[in-house]
Every structure is written in C-alpha cells, then in structure tokens.
Design a protein around this ligand. Structure first.
Ligand SMILES: Cc1cc2nc3c(=O)[nH]c(=O)nc-3n(C[C@H](O)[C@H](O)[C@H](O)COP(=O)(O)OP(=O)(O)OC[C@H]3O[C@@H](n4cnc5c(N)ncnc54)[C@H](O)[C@@H]3O)c2cc1C
Length: 395
C-alpha cells in the first residue's frame, strides 16, 4: 500500500517534532507525516537528556540558534498548551556558569570574545562574585567565571511531549512505524518504506533520527558521520535543603550539574550531573556504568562542592549523544541527494536549539533555503571537504 505526503520526517523526537510543527505552523498546507519507531521514546535522546539550554557557544550560528530558541523556551508552557496537553517544561533561567582555572582560562577568554561578537549576553565574574552567586563552591584554583544569565534548563520530557503535541495540533500526523528504506528515483528522494510493509511517497524526507541518523543515511546509500555515543547522567539527593538554586555549574575538569527541583513543595532537593567521557567508544550502549559515579562524578563534585559529600539516592542512566567528528550538527539538504534534508548530529546540544532547527527545516522545504540562520557551516559534506566547524563548546 502506498500513501502520499508532502514531507516525511523520520523520527519524532524534539527535532523531528519541532520541524513538523514549524512546517505546519508556517503555512505548509500539505500532509506532514512523522514516522516514529518507538512511541514510548524510552531510548530517545530527547527523553534521556539533561535539559540544559545555553547561548554560550564559540560559533556564531550555534549561539544565534539558541538565542532564537530561548524566545520560545521562555513562554513554552503557555505556548505549547493545547486542548489535549499542558506541558510543564519549566524553563528556569538560572544561567550557565563556566569556571576558569589556569588550564582553561585562555580558552574561555577566547570564547568570551567570540560570544561578544555573536551578541551573547554574558558576564565575567570575579571569584568573589562567583562566591556570592553560588555559595559553597571551593574556589581556591579558580581565576574567574563566565556566566550567561539568560541560560538555564528545562524538563526534557515535558519539552518532548509539548513539541509533539504542538506538531499534532498544527496538523502533523504521527505514524508508529519504522523507516527501513529510502526510495530514490531520477537522482532524488521519492519516499520511504516502512517496517509495516507500507510505503509513503514524498518529494521531501527529513532525517531527524537522532543517534540513528547515520544508519538512516545509509538507507539512502550515503555515509554521514553521525554516531551514537553513550552519555551518563546521575541524579542524587542533596544532604539538606539547599539555600540557593544552582545555575548549570561547569567545573573546569568537566563535571557539571544543575538543580532538579521538586515539582511539589517539600519534595527532595536534588541535582543532576553529567561528566562527558571523551574517549567513550561509539555504539548503542545504554548500560549505566556506576563505577564512573564512584571514581569520577562523586570525587569531582565533592572537590568543588564539599557540602555535597553526603548525597544519597544516587541513580544513573545512559542516553546517546548523536556525535559528529566536530561535535556540531549536520543541517541542510544532502548535496548529492536532493529532497533528503538532514536535521541531525547535534552532539549533545540538540534539545536547546530544536525550535531554531524547526525554523531551518521549514524554510528549506517552503522557500528552498535557510534564511533566518546561515547554516552553511553545518553542511552535510563539510567533513569530506575538510571544513569542520571550530566551536569547542561541547560539554
Ligand atoms: C544524557 C544526555 C544529556 C543531554 N543533555 C542535553 C542538554 O542538556 N541540552 C541539550 O540541548 N541537549 C542535550 N542532549 C542532546 C539532546 O538530547 C539531543 O541533541 C536531542 O534530543 C536530539 O533530538 P532528536 O529528536 O534528534 O533525537 P531523539 O530524541 O533521539 O529522537 C529521534 C527519534 O528518531 C526515532 N527513529 C530513529 N530511527 C528511526 C527510523 N528508522 N524510523 C522511525 N523512527 C526512527 C527514534 O526512535 C527517536 O525517537 C543530551 C543527550 C543525552 C543523551
């Protein structure tokens, strides 16, 4: 059986849903079909993420995409409310605080200059100012802090549910199915084949398959370097009610954490921590490695925040970063396969920029080019051309 669509989006995570929503909300009258292989999203990166949202990036385009997205994050819960769904993503603009020691002071100073150019709202904090902002930090080795006051964090699952509800309310259709083939005719994409045996003919297919985007590209015979790489998060309960709320605090050694506020008053006072392992091998590995809590996360946390020594209820989980070689997205139509648009490879910062990514996809489909953002640095073929994006702000 074959049906017809104007656009097929592969993957209904935050990126695919933002794209589907914008396409319809921006006036695309045709049929937008989102194919999602797992309605539970149990292994989707969007479901398992930390929810951090920051404008502090070394490249102008990343900074601008998040600046744009923040306009939605600020009003998301109100804007995303539909008759069927009322999300509570609760974007808390408590900032991102990068701490600089001798080893990374130069890098952060260079990034501060690049961010100034990009119009990022930021403040360089002295050690005393850091102490006033986040009491309890051990700052003996810290030279300064770089603070983005408009950054913050939201609940990723509520973001996912909200964006999907917005897309559905705008008229996008979700199919519980898996894309197992991409059809090509006359040198351009003409549809997808599904595990259920059906086919959806479409002149445009969007690859928003997250950590599986490389596999999906291979269905069209293309090699695009997006690889799944495990990322661990741990949640723990603080030893007492903390007097202040944490911004996202990024230690120079890599550990970073944010508050995980109780939804109801009187609930436990918790934080969520991440600590990227840069030599983590690629692969769809969802096992939680508790040894990393004991050997890396906990010692690094307590070194920086001694008052957290007696944390309890430690719970860890693993999700997948959708990694590219330069840790930046692949965005845009594939140069050798017209009709196949990539919205993938966000390498751990795709949630925060998903609203802007929706704008990019919508413009590419409706007007044939990305007008709001200059996405040329993110071209799908940049690795073959030896033109990686120099950003260096992945954490
Ligand atoms: C532990 C962790 C922490 C993170 N922290 C942050 C953070 O603080 N801030 C931030 O911005 N980002 C963060 N990220 C990254 C962020 O989660 C991702 O960049 C973002 O969720 C990508 O969204 P997506 O929709 O592309 O991918 P996903 O959410 O993975 O969605 C892709 C969907 O495609 C579906 N799919 C795949 N293949 C097929 C197919 N063949 N057919 C049909 N469906 C298919 C999958 O089932 C999946 O639901 C984090 C990620 C992880 C793992």
């Amino acid at each position: 059986m074959t049906s017809r669509a104007d656009v097929v989006v592969i993957g209904g995570g935050v990126v695919g849903s933002a794209a589907a929503w914008r396409l319809r909300a921006d006036g695309l009258g045709g049929r937008v079909v989102v194919v999602e292989r797992d309605r539970t999203y149990a292994r989707a990166s969007s479901w398992l993420a930390m929810g951090g949202i920051r404008q502090q990036f070394g490249s102008t385009v990343c900074a601008r995409m998040v600046q744009h997205s923040v306009e939605l994050w600020r009003v998301f819960d109100e804007r995303a409310k539909t008759a069927a769904h009322a999300p509570r993503a609760w974007f808390r603009q408590r900032g991102y605080l990068f701490l600089a020691d001798d080893a990374n002071a130069e890098t952060l100073t260079a990034r501060e200059a690049a961010q100034r150019e990009a119009g990022v709202e930021q403040r360089r904090l002295s050690v005393d100012e850091i102490r006033a902002l986040v009491p309890g930090l051990m700052l003996d080795d810290i030279r300064f802090g770089l603070f983005g006051p408009h950054d913050g964090y939201a609940d990723p699952r509520e973001v996912l549910g909200g964006l999907r509800a917005m897309a559905e309310a705008a008229g996008a259709e979700y199919l519980d199915d898996e894309v197992i083939g991409i059809d090509v005719e006359g040198g351009r994409v003409c549809g997808v084949r599904l595990a259920s045996g059906t086919r959806v003919a479409s002149p445009v297919v969007v690859n928003a398959a997250g950590a599986r985007a490389g596999r999906v590209a291979a269905l069209a015979g293309l090699t695009v370097p997006v690889e799944p790489v495990r990322q661990l998060l741990f949640r723990c309960t603080l030893p007492q009610t903390w007097p202040t709320r944490f911004p996202m605090v990024i230690d120079p050694g890599g550990v970073h954490w944010r508050h995980d506020d109780a939804v109801t008053a009187g609930g436990p006072d918790r934080i969520i921590l991440a600590f990227t392992k840069w030599d983590e091998p690629a692969g769809e590995n969802f096992a939680c490695d508790d040894a990393r809590w004991h050997d890396e996360f906990y010692p690094a946390l307590v070194r920086r925040l001694p008052g957290a020594a007696d944390v309890t209820d430690v719970h860890g989980w693993a999700g997948l970063y959708e990694m590219t070689p330069d840790h930046n997205p692949v965005l845009g139509e594939h140069p050798s396969l017209p009709g196949l648009i990539f919205a993938s490879g966000f390498s751990g910062h795709g949630l925060m920029m998903s609203p802007a990514t929706g704008v990019v996809v919508s413009e590419l489909v409706r007007v044939g080019e990305s007008r709001t953002f200059d996405i040329r640095p993110f071209a799908v073929d940049r690795f073959e051309r030896g033109a990686p994006v120099r950003d260096g702000a992945t954490i």
